[in-house]
Design a protein around this ligand. Structure first.
Ligand code: ADP
Ligand code: MG
Length: 474
């Protein structure tokens, strides 16, 4: 006998609810959100061989993915809670995947609820898509919004462009290409666009991916012969696709090829593409010309280092949000010394906060002075990544551009490693972030360089002297 939700609404959602609870403990959050939450429990049917459970999933792609990755887990969870042998049946919940963003906007303009999970409530079996809440936001960080982005002259244009795109995706500016040195808010703006789009149209399918993850996912798909899924995911799975640190794909031939087709597919079906990079399209070395041209099709906007007022405002806003008591003089002091990287500025604030809660003393100017010593030189100037790169390049008479390149010749390899080591030492940036200052190199490259120089520093007097000479110039 077939039991449907209509006949037995109270019981079956409970089954799914309990199963979901088990899955929650087994599957990590991003995956859970991306794949399990959107599943809708449809029906279950008793048969001689056990329980046949009908589940609805958003599209072919997720059906395949769930089958490959989570079917056993889901089945296991259902069996555990029902005490019966379970057999899964997945159906596709059809959605207007062929409509462009425009049309989607029209169709859904009136609805307001943000995407929520409905697996815990009685799912409504309603053929109308609008009623189905699902998790259509992939990797979106809800904490980065336009509201908590401080606007100043340095980022005004990028901010306005981002707002325009978020208000009207795929209308005027496609792609939107944002670039700046690290730590100035690109990633923040990308997520802010996503959050804004979702707040206006909860059904929009929005995805954020770092270029590095895009590459990794591509490699994995190739190895596992899952290219069909990869393509359907990126070429037609989203209305807004945000790819961070796109310079990372340069020189990776197959990735460039795949990206090219992804771009074309999205662009021609009027989906919004937003890209970020550590430099303008023209300066991305070893990038295929046809891709570079496409980067420039829409709007290219840069973010400059913020001026002092903006730096102070950012600190204040961050302190307020995190409930940190920050005296004005300390804010001004920090903002005066840290000029080129908001992440560093925030990092200092967090370190001060940690100190304050460890010692029980309020954040003071003296505390800030002590903390700042680690990141500035004797003259009180901030030691920036660029400054280290320039100093090292000058010392070895090479171009800073060469340090950032992937040339392997000995004449640049050692200077590059020394630069990486000193940047790590003086800026305290993470390996991954440092990699971004060297043309998007992998964090393992930076790690390796730092280890190598450190070892040589200890064992080889010549290297030690060399590094110390350069250090004295900082
Ligand atoms: P990028 O991607 O350019 O390297 P991020 O977006 O990661 O930089 O920004 C680094 C940190 O600085 C983040 O925590 C971000 O929220 C913060 N930040 C940068 N610019 C601003 C701004 N204008 N207002 C508020 N926070 C900012
Ligand atoms: Mg970033």
């Amino acid at each position: 006998m077939r039991t449907t939700l209509e006949e037995n609404t109270s019981h079956w959602p409970e089954l799914w609810q309990a199963a979901y609870h088990l899955l929650e403990q087994k599957i990590v959050e991003p995956q859970l959100k991306a794949w399990i939450q959107p599943i809708e429990f449809i029906s279950s049917e008793e048969s001689e061989s056990g329980l046949k459970v009908g589940l609805a999933v958003p599209n072919d792609f997720s059906a395949q993915w769930i089958r490959d990755h989570y079917e056993q887990d889901i089945q296991g969870a259902l069996e555990q809670v029902s005490g019966k042998h379970c057999h899964l049946e997945m159906i596709i919940r059809h959605r207007p995947t062929d409509t462009s963003f425009d049309e989607l906007g029209e169709t859904h303009r009136k609805e307001s609820p943000a995407p929520t999970v409905n697996t815990r409530e009685t799912p409504s079996i309603n053929p109308k898509i609008e009623q189905i809440n699902q998790d259509n936001a992939l990797n979106i960080d809800r904490s980065y919004t336009f509201e908590n982005f401080v606007v100043g002259a340095s980022n005004q244009f990028a901010h306005a462009s981002a707002v325009a795109v978020a208000e009207n995706p795929a209308h005027q500016y496609n792609p939107l290409f944002l670039y700046s040195s690290p730590g100035l808010g690109k990633t923040h703006l990308l997520h802010a666009i996503a959050n804004h789009v979702l707040s206006k149209r909860s059904q929009a399918r929005v995805a954020y991916v770092s270029a590095e993850n895009f590459v990794n996912e591509l490699i994995e798909s190739l190895q596992r012969q899952k290219m069909t899924q990869f393509r359907s995911k990126y070429r037609s799975g989203f209305d807004v696709l945000l790819i961070d640190d796109i310079q990372f794909i340069a020189g990776k031939k197959q990735t460039e090829e795949e990206f090219f087709h992804t771009f074309n597919a999205l662009y021609s079906s009027r989906r919004q593409i937003v890209l970020s990079s550590d430099r303008p399209p023209k300066e991305i070395d070893r990038l295929e010309e046809r891709i570079r041209t496409r980067f420039e099709w829409g709007l290219v906007a840069d973010i400059q280092a913020p001026e002092i007022e903006t730096r102070i405002a950012i600190l204040k806003s961050k302190a307020e949000r995190d409930d940190i008591y920050l005296p004005d003089e300390v804010g001004t002091f920090l903002a005066t010394h840290i000029k080129t990287n908001v992440r560093e500025l925030e990092g200092l604030l967090i370190r001060l906060q940690a100190q304050s809660s460890l010692t029980g003393a309020e954040i003071s100017l003296e505390m800030a002075r002590q903390e700042l010593k680690n990141v500035v030189n004797d003259d009180g100037n901030e030691i920036t990544v660029e400054f280290v790169q320039e100093t090292v390049a000058k010392h070895f008479r090479v171009k800073t551009q060469d340090l950032k390149s992937s040339a392997r010749s000995k004449s640049v390899a050692l200077p590059r490693q020394i630069a990486m080591y000193l940047i790590r030492k003086y800026t305290g940036l993470g390996y991954k972030e440092i990699g971004q200052y060297f043309g998007g190199k992998d964090h393992t490259t930076i790690l390796h360089a730092c280890n190598k120089i450190e070892t040589q520093f200890a064992q080889n007097p010549e290297t030690r002297q060399l590094v110390e000479t350069i250090q004295n110039q900082l």
